[in-house]
Design a protein. Structure first.
Length: 50
């Protein structure tokens, strides 16, 4: 079970990574990248992005 802090950080990472990928792929038509989930380790040292 994720804590409130882990949830906040994972939502922020998902939003920021989505924006970065959107900006980086604008020059490449036909490319679609989705960040569907972010999982944070209990000590917040590792993030897994799906």
């Amino acid at each position: 079970m994720e804590t409130t802090r882990q949830n906040k950080i994972s939502r922020l990472l998902q939003k920021e990574l989505s924006e970065i990928f959107l900006l980086q792929t604008k020059a490449m038509p036909g490319i679609l990248i989705s960040v569907s989930a972010v999982r944070i380790s209990p000590d917040i040292s590792i993030a897994r992005v799906y």
